[in-house]
Design a protein around this ligand. Structure first.
Ligand code: FES
Ligand SMILES: [Fe+2]
Length: 388
Protein backbone atom coordinates (compact mmCIF):
# COMPACT_ATOMS: atom_id res chain seq x y z
CA UNK A 1 0.00 0.00 0.00
CA UNK A 2 1.09 3.54 -0.63
CA UNK A 3 1.47 5.88 2.36
CA UNK A 4 -0.30 8.93 0.94
CA UNK A 5 -3.94 9.05 -0.08
CA UNK A 6 -3.83 11.99 -2.51
CA UNK A 7 -1.65 13.34 -5.30
CA UNK A 8 1.46 15.27 -4.28
CA UNK A 9 3.15 18.44 -5.49
CA UNK A 10 6.23 18.22 -7.66
CA UNK A 11 8.38 20.21 -5.24
CA UNK A 12 11.33 20.86 -7.52
CA UNK A 13 10.79 23.26 -10.41
CA UNK A 14 12.04 22.26 -13.87
CA UNK A 15 15.00 24.65 -13.47
CA UNK A 16 16.30 22.47 -10.61
CA UNK A 17 17.25 19.97 -13.30
CA UNK A 18 19.51 22.28 -15.30
CA UNK A 19 20.43 25.45 -13.39
CA UNK A 20 24.04 25.91 -12.37
CA UNK A 21 22.94 27.58 -9.10
CA UNK A 22 20.93 24.52 -8.07
CA UNK A 23 23.81 22.25 -9.09
CA UNK A 24 26.20 24.20 -6.85
CA UNK A 25 23.69 24.26 -3.98
CA UNK A 26 23.28 20.50 -4.16
CA UNK A 27 27.03 19.96 -4.32
CA UNK A 28 27.54 21.99 -1.17
CA UNK A 29 24.46 20.90 0.76
CA UNK A 30 24.33 17.17 0.17
CA UNK A 31 26.85 15.76 -2.28
CA UNK A 32 30.14 17.02 -0.88
CA UNK A 33 29.39 15.47 2.51
CA UNK A 34 27.85 12.22 1.20
CA UNK A 35 29.58 8.88 0.74
CA UNK A 36 29.74 7.84 -2.91
CA UNK A 37 30.08 4.39 -4.42
CA UNK A 38 33.29 4.31 -6.48
CA UNK A 39 33.92 0.60 -7.09
CA UNK A 40 34.32 -2.78 -5.45
CA UNK A 41 37.08 -4.77 -3.78
CA UNK A 42 37.27 -7.17 -6.71
CA UNK A 43 38.57 -4.24 -8.81
CA UNK A 44 41.54 -3.75 -6.45
CA UNK A 45 42.15 -7.22 -5.00
CA UNK A 46 45.96 -7.11 -4.62
CA UNK A 47 48.47 -4.86 -2.93
CA UNK A 48 49.32 -2.00 -5.32
CA UNK A 49 46.09 -2.30 -7.32
CA UNK A 50 44.37 0.99 -8.03
CA UNK A 51 41.30 2.33 -9.74
CA UNK A 52 40.74 5.91 -10.83
CA UNK A 53 37.58 7.93 -10.91
CA UNK A 54 36.38 11.51 -10.91
CA UNK A 55 34.13 12.44 -8.02
CA UNK A 56 32.36 15.81 -8.09
CA UNK A 57 35.16 17.26 -10.20
CA UNK A 58 38.03 15.70 -8.19
CA UNK A 59 40.19 13.15 -10.03
CA UNK A 60 40.87 10.38 -7.51
CA UNK A 61 42.97 7.27 -7.21
CA UNK A 62 41.70 4.53 -4.90
CA UNK A 63 44.44 2.09 -3.87
CA UNK A 64 44.88 -1.22 -2.13
CA UNK A 65 47.81 -0.73 0.24
CA UNK A 66 48.53 -4.05 1.93
CA UNK A 67 44.83 -4.78 2.24
CA UNK A 68 43.94 -1.26 3.42
CA UNK A 69 42.18 1.24 1.18
CA UNK A 70 43.59 4.68 0.45
CA UNK A 71 42.05 7.47 -1.64
CA UNK A 72 44.19 10.32 -2.88
CA UNK A 73 44.17 13.01 -5.52
CA UNK A 74 45.12 11.76 -8.97
CA UNK A 75 46.63 15.17 -9.89
CA UNK A 76 50.39 15.59 -9.70
CA UNK A 77 51.82 18.37 -7.52
CA UNK A 78 54.62 19.01 -10.02
CA UNK A 79 52.83 20.34 -13.10
CA UNK A 80 49.28 19.16 -12.65
CA UNK A 81 49.14 16.15 -14.94
CA UNK A 82 46.85 13.29 -13.98
CA UNK A 83 49.09 10.72 -12.36
CA UNK A 84 47.45 8.16 -14.62
CA UNK A 85 44.50 8.05 -16.96
CA UNK A 86 44.25 4.25 -16.64
CA UNK A 87 40.90 3.18 -15.25
CA UNK A 88 42.61 0.36 -13.33
CA UNK A 89 46.16 -0.81 -12.82
CA UNK A 90 48.86 -1.87 -10.40
CA UNK A 91 52.04 -0.17 -9.27
CA UNK A 92 53.94 -0.26 -6.00
CA UNK A 93 53.36 3.46 -5.46
CA UNK A 94 51.29 6.22 -7.09
CA UNK A 95 53.53 7.42 -9.93
CA UNK A 96 53.01 10.31 -12.33
CA UNK A 97 53.04 9.40 -15.99
CA UNK A 98 54.67 12.73 -17.02
CA UNK A 99 58.04 13.01 -15.22
CA UNK A 100 57.82 10.03 -12.90
CA UNK A 101 57.24 11.67 -9.52
CA UNK A 102 56.22 9.03 -7.01
CA UNK A 103 54.08 9.39 -3.91
CA UNK A 104 53.28 7.44 -0.76
CA UNK A 105 49.69 6.34 -0.20
CA UNK A 106 49.31 9.13 2.38
CA UNK A 107 50.00 11.66 -0.39
CA UNK A 108 53.54 12.53 0.64
CA UNK A 109 56.12 12.71 -2.13
CA UNK A 110 58.41 9.68 -2.36
CA UNK A 111 60.91 9.51 -5.21
CA UNK A 112 61.45 12.65 -7.30
CA UNK A 113 63.69 12.13 -10.35
CA UNK A 114 66.61 14.61 -10.30
CA UNK A 115 65.43 15.81 -6.91
CA UNK A 116 68.39 18.18 -6.54
CA UNK A 117 66.96 20.25 -9.38
CA UNK A 118 64.04 21.12 -7.07
CA UNK A 119 66.05 22.15 -3.99
CA UNK A 120 65.09 23.70 -1.70
CA UNK A 121 61.93 21.62 -1.61
CA UNK A 122 59.00 21.79 0.81
CA UNK A 123 57.58 18.28 0.66
CA UNK A 124 54.59 19.21 2.87
CA UNK A 125 53.53 21.74 0.28
CA UNK A 126 53.67 19.07 -2.38
CA UNK A 127 51.65 16.47 -0.50
CA UNK A 128 48.64 15.17 -2.43
CA UNK A 129 45.22 15.52 -0.83
CA UNK A 130 43.80 12.35 0.66
CA UNK A 131 40.15 11.51 1.20
CA UNK A 132 38.10 9.32 3.48
CA UNK A 133 37.51 5.88 2.01
CA UNK A 134 35.60 2.97 3.57
CA UNK A 135 34.10 -0.27 2.41
CA UNK A 136 30.93 -2.10 3.33
CA UNK A 137 30.83 -5.68 2.13
CA UNK A 138 32.67 -5.51 -1.17
CA UNK A 139 31.47 -1.98 -1.98
CA UNK A 140 33.97 0.90 -1.76
CA UNK A 141 32.79 4.40 -0.89
CA UNK A 142 34.59 7.75 -0.77
CA UNK A 143 33.59 11.00 0.91
CA UNK A 144 35.25 14.27 -0.11
CA UNK A 145 34.44 15.87 3.26
CA UNK A 146 37.47 15.95 5.56
CA UNK A 147 35.28 15.15 8.57
CA UNK A 148 31.71 14.15 9.29
CA UNK A 149 29.74 11.00 9.76
CA UNK A 150 31.32 7.71 8.82
CA UNK A 151 29.91 5.30 6.28
CA UNK A 152 28.05 3.27 8.93
CA UNK A 153 26.11 6.32 10.13
CA UNK A 154 25.59 7.53 6.59
CA UNK A 155 23.98 4.24 5.51
CA UNK A 156 22.08 3.79 8.77
CA UNK A 157 20.09 0.52 8.80
CA UNK A 158 21.26 -0.20 5.26
CA UNK A 159 24.85 -0.69 6.45
CA UNK A 160 24.17 -4.20 7.73
CA UNK A 161 22.08 -4.97 4.67
CA UNK A 162 25.01 -3.98 2.42
CA UNK A 163 27.46 -6.02 4.47
CA UNK A 164 25.28 -9.06 4.00
CA UNK A 165 24.08 -8.55 0.42
CA UNK A 166 27.52 -7.60 -0.96
CA UNK A 167 29.45 -9.96 1.32
CA UNK A 168 31.69 -12.96 0.57
CA UNK A 169 28.81 -15.16 -0.62
CA UNK A 170 28.29 -12.76 -3.52
CA UNK A 171 30.34 -12.01 -6.64
CA UNK A 172 30.13 -9.10 -9.05
CA UNK A 173 28.76 -10.21 -12.44
CA UNK A 174 27.95 -6.83 -13.98
CA UNK A 175 29.95 -3.63 -14.18
CA UNK A 176 27.89 -1.19 -16.23
CA UNK A 177 29.21 2.31 -15.54
CA UNK A 178 27.73 4.88 -17.91
CA UNK A 179 27.83 8.59 -18.64
CA UNK A 180 24.42 10.19 -18.89
CA UNK A 181 23.88 13.52 -20.70
CA UNK A 182 21.25 14.43 -18.10
CA UNK A 183 20.91 15.83 -14.60
CA UNK A 184 21.62 13.22 -11.92
CA UNK A 185 18.11 13.45 -10.44
CA UNK A 186 16.52 12.17 -13.67
CA UNK A 187 17.91 8.60 -13.37
CA UNK A 188 17.43 8.67 -9.59
CA UNK A 189 13.77 9.69 -9.78
CA UNK A 190 13.16 7.26 -12.62
CA UNK A 191 14.20 4.48 -10.25
CA UNK A 192 11.75 5.54 -7.55
CA UNK A 193 8.49 4.52 -9.17
CA UNK A 194 7.12 1.46 -10.96
CA UNK A 195 4.44 3.56 -12.69
CA UNK A 196 6.51 3.67 -15.89
CA UNK A 197 6.98 -0.11 -16.02
CA UNK A 198 4.13 -1.00 -18.45
CA UNK A 199 5.29 1.66 -20.96
CA UNK A 200 9.05 1.23 -20.70
CA UNK A 201 9.62 -2.35 -19.54
CA UNK A 202 6.74 -4.40 -21.02
CA UNK A 203 9.00 -7.34 -21.90
CA UNK A 204 11.25 -7.28 -18.84
CA UNK A 205 9.20 -6.32 -15.77
CA UNK A 206 5.74 -6.47 -17.42
CA UNK A 207 3.13 -4.80 -15.22
CA UNK A 208 3.30 -2.31 -12.38
CA UNK A 209 2.47 -4.15 -9.12
CA UNK A 210 0.37 -1.11 -8.14
CA UNK A 211 -1.01 -0.05 -4.77
CA UNK A 212 -2.29 -3.48 -3.72
CA UNK A 213 1.01 -5.31 -4.19
CA UNK A 214 3.44 -2.52 -3.23
CA UNK A 215 4.91 -1.60 0.11
CA UNK A 216 6.50 1.83 0.46
CA UNK A 217 8.76 2.92 3.31
CA UNK A 218 9.37 6.66 3.57
CA UNK A 219 12.07 7.56 6.05
CA UNK A 220 14.15 10.57 6.91
CA UNK A 221 17.08 9.67 4.67
CA UNK A 222 15.91 6.55 2.91
CA UNK A 223 12.91 5.18 1.05
CA UNK A 224 12.11 1.67 -0.09
CA UNK A 225 9.69 -0.22 -2.27
CA UNK A 226 8.90 -3.88 -1.79
CA UNK A 227 6.74 -6.26 -3.78
CA UNK A 228 6.40 -9.95 -4.57
CA UNK A 229 7.90 -11.57 -7.63
CA UNK A 230 7.18 -11.83 -10.45
CA UNK A 231 6.32 -8.15 -10.89
CA UNK A 232 3.55 -9.15 -13.24
CA UNK A 233 1.47 -11.96 -11.74
CA UNK A 234 -0.01 -12.77 -15.17
CA UNK A 235 3.34 -13.12 -16.91
CA UNK A 236 4.07 -16.73 -17.91
CA UNK A 237 7.72 -15.86 -18.57
CA UNK A 238 7.94 -14.18 -15.15
CA UNK A 239 6.46 -17.25 -13.45
CA UNK A 240 8.82 -19.56 -15.36
CA UNK A 241 11.81 -17.43 -14.36
CA UNK A 242 10.79 -17.42 -10.70
CA UNK A 243 10.43 -21.20 -10.73
CA UNK A 244 13.96 -21.58 -12.09
CA UNK A 245 15.32 -19.08 -9.59
CA UNK A 246 13.62 -20.89 -6.70
CA UNK A 247 15.14 -24.18 -7.90
CA UNK A 248 18.57 -22.52 -8.07
CA UNK A 249 18.21 -21.12 -4.55
CA UNK A 250 17.16 -24.46 -3.11
CA UNK A 251 20.20 -26.02 -4.72
CA UNK A 252 22.24 -23.49 -2.71
CA UNK A 253 20.38 -24.60 0.40
CA UNK A 254 18.33 -21.39 0.61
CA UNK A 255 14.63 -20.85 0.98
CA UNK A 256 13.27 -18.43 -1.65
CA UNK A 257 11.25 -15.46 -0.38
CA UNK A 258 10.28 -14.23 -3.88
CA UNK A 259 10.49 -10.66 -2.64
CA UNK A 260 11.86 -7.66 -4.49
CA UNK A 261 13.14 -4.66 -2.55
CA UNK A 262 14.43 -1.45 -3.99
CA UNK A 263 16.11 1.09 -1.69
CA UNK A 264 17.16 4.70 -2.06
CA UNK A 265 19.71 6.04 0.41
CA UNK A 266 19.69 9.80 -0.03
CA UNK A 267 21.02 11.46 -1.98
CA UNK A 268 22.12 9.18 -4.81
CA UNK A 269 22.57 5.52 -3.86
CA UNK A 270 20.06 2.98 -5.17
CA UNK A 271 20.04 -0.72 -4.37
CA UNK A 272 17.77 -3.52 -5.57
CA UNK A 273 17.56 -7.00 -4.09
CA UNK A 274 15.93 -10.25 -5.05
CA UNK A 275 16.79 -13.62 -3.52
CA UNK A 276 19.51 -14.10 -6.12
CA UNK A 277 20.59 -10.56 -7.08
CA UNK A 278 22.09 -7.55 -5.30
CA UNK A 279 22.32 -4.46 -7.50
CA UNK A 280 23.83 -1.11 -6.49
CA UNK A 281 23.53 1.94 -8.67
CA UNK A 282 24.90 5.36 -7.75
CA UNK A 283 24.25 8.42 -9.92
CA UNK A 284 26.90 11.10 -9.45
CA UNK A 285 26.55 14.55 -11.02
CA UNK A 286 29.37 15.67 -13.29
CA UNK A 287 27.69 19.00 -14.18
CA UNK A 288 24.22 20.60 -14.13
CA UNK A 289 23.04 18.41 -17.02
CA UNK A 290 25.51 15.53 -16.97
CA UNK A 291 26.02 12.61 -14.63
CA UNK A 292 27.79 9.30 -14.29
CA UNK A 293 26.31 6.04 -13.11
CA UNK A 294 28.32 3.52 -11.13
CA UNK A 295 26.50 0.21 -11.51
CA UNK A 296 27.53 -3.13 -10.02
CA UNK A 297 25.37 -6.21 -9.86
CA UNK A 298 26.22 -9.14 -7.65
CA UNK A 299 24.90 -12.67 -7.73
CA UNK A 300 25.29 -15.57 -5.33
CA UNK A 301 28.60 -17.31 -6.01
CA UNK A 302 27.93 -20.74 -4.48
CA UNK A 303 30.99 -20.47 -2.22
CA UNK A 304 31.38 -23.67 -0.22
CA UNK A 305 29.34 -25.66 -2.76
CA UNK A 306 30.55 -28.18 -5.33
CA UNK A 307 32.00 -27.08 -8.66
CA UNK A 308 28.78 -27.74 -10.61
CA UNK A 309 26.78 -25.48 -8.28
CA UNK A 310 29.42 -22.77 -8.43
CA UNK A 311 29.34 -22.89 -12.24
CA UNK A 312 25.56 -22.74 -12.18
CA UNK A 313 25.74 -19.73 -9.85
CA UNK A 314 28.16 -17.96 -12.18
CA UNK A 315 25.89 -18.67 -15.17
CA UNK A 316 22.87 -17.41 -13.26
CA UNK A 317 24.74 -14.26 -12.21
CA UNK A 318 25.78 -13.51 -15.78
CA UNK A 319 22.30 -14.12 -17.15
CA UNK A 320 20.77 -11.83 -14.51
CA UNK A 321 23.42 -9.26 -15.43
CA UNK A 322 22.26 -9.41 -19.06
CA UNK A 323 18.65 -8.75 -18.02
CA UNK A 324 19.71 -5.80 -15.88
CA UNK A 325 21.75 -4.39 -18.74
CA UNK A 326 18.65 -4.49 -20.91
CA UNK A 327 16.47 -2.81 -18.24
CA UNK A 328 19.08 -0.07 -17.78
CA UNK A 329 19.10 0.50 -21.56
CA UNK A 330 15.29 0.72 -21.63
CA UNK A 331 15.39 3.46 -18.98
CA UNK A 332 18.44 5.15 -20.46
CA UNK A 333 16.63 5.63 -23.80
CA UNK A 334 14.22 8.06 -22.10
CA UNK A 335 16.57 10.24 -20.15
CA UNK A 336 17.50 12.75 -22.83
CA UNK A 337 13.83 13.34 -23.71
CA UNK A 338 13.08 14.04 -20.05
CA UNK A 339 16.01 16.48 -19.87
CA UNK A 340 14.90 18.16 -23.10
CA UNK A 341 11.33 18.47 -21.85
CA UNK A 342 12.38 19.93 -18.51
CA UNK A 343 14.23 22.72 -20.27
CA UNK A 344 11.04 23.86 -22.06
CA UNK A 345 8.25 22.75 -19.76
CA UNK A 346 5.38 25.14 -19.09
CA UNK A 347 4.24 23.11 -16.10
CA UNK A 348 5.47 22.52 -12.60
CA UNK A 349 4.72 18.80 -12.80
CA UNK A 350 2.66 16.65 -10.43
CA UNK A 351 3.30 13.42 -8.56
CA UNK A 352 0.82 10.60 -8.10
CA UNK A 353 0.54 8.67 -4.83
CA UNK A 354 2.47 5.92 -6.57
CA UNK A 355 5.33 8.42 -6.98
CA UNK A 356 5.48 9.34 -3.29
CA UNK A 357 9.11 8.19 -3.00
CA UNK A 358 10.02 10.96 -5.45
CA UNK A 359 8.09 13.41 -3.28
CA UNK A 360 10.03 12.31 -0.19
CA UNK A 361 13.34 12.65 -2.07
CA UNK A 362 12.45 16.11 -3.34
CA UNK A 363 11.36 17.11 0.14
CA UNK A 364 14.71 15.98 1.53
CA UNK A 365 16.61 17.83 -1.18
CA UNK A 366 14.59 20.99 -0.77
CA UNK A 367 15.12 20.98 2.97
CA UNK A 368 18.81 20.20 2.66
CA UNK A 369 19.31 23.00 0.13
CA UNK A 370 17.32 25.34 2.44
CA UNK A 371 14.72 26.13 -0.14
CA UNK A 372 11.17 26.87 0.85
CA UNK A 373 9.58 23.62 1.96
CA UNK A 374 6.14 22.55 3.16
CA UNK A 375 5.91 20.91 6.58
CA UNK A 376 7.00 17.30 6.57
CA UNK A 377 3.86 15.19 6.15
CA UNK A 378 5.66 11.89 5.89
CA UNK A 379 5.82 9.52 8.85
CA UNK A 380 9.35 8.74 10.00
CA UNK A 381 9.41 4.98 9.94
CA UNK A 382 12.98 3.82 10.29
CA UNK A 383 11.86 1.29 12.88
CA UNK A 384 9.56 -0.39 10.37
CA UNK A 385 12.35 -1.09 7.97
CA UNK A 386 12.30 -4.82 7.33
CA UNK A 387 14.49 -6.13 4.62
CA UNK A 388 14.90 -9.66 3.39
S1 FES B 1 53.57 16.57 -13.83
FE1 FES B 1 53.77 14.82 -12.63
S2 FES B 1 55.87 14.41 -12.59
FE2 FES B 1 55.69 16.21 -13.74
FE1 LIG C 1 12.74 1.64 -15.30
Amino acid sequence: MFVHSTSLPHLLPPSAYFSREQHEREQQAVLATAWHLVGTWNEVPKDGDFLTTELLGEPLQIRNCNGQLAALSNVCAHRHCLLTHERRGNNPRPRCQYHGWEYHADGQTARIPQARSFAPIDREQLRLATYRVESCGQLIFVSLAAAGEGLRDFLGPMYEVCQDRFGPQWSCFLNADADYPVNWKIPVENSLEAYHVPCIHPQTFGQDPGDARSQHLLNERHTAFGTGLPFDVHSRIGAWFQERESWFLRRLGLQPTREYWQHHCFPNLLMSFTDAISLCHAVIPTGPTTSRAVVRQFGRNGRGQNRGTRLLAAGWGRMAGGITRRILAEDRALYEDIQRGLQSSQHRGILGRCEERIFRFQQYLQQACSLQSPPCVVPQRHSELSIP
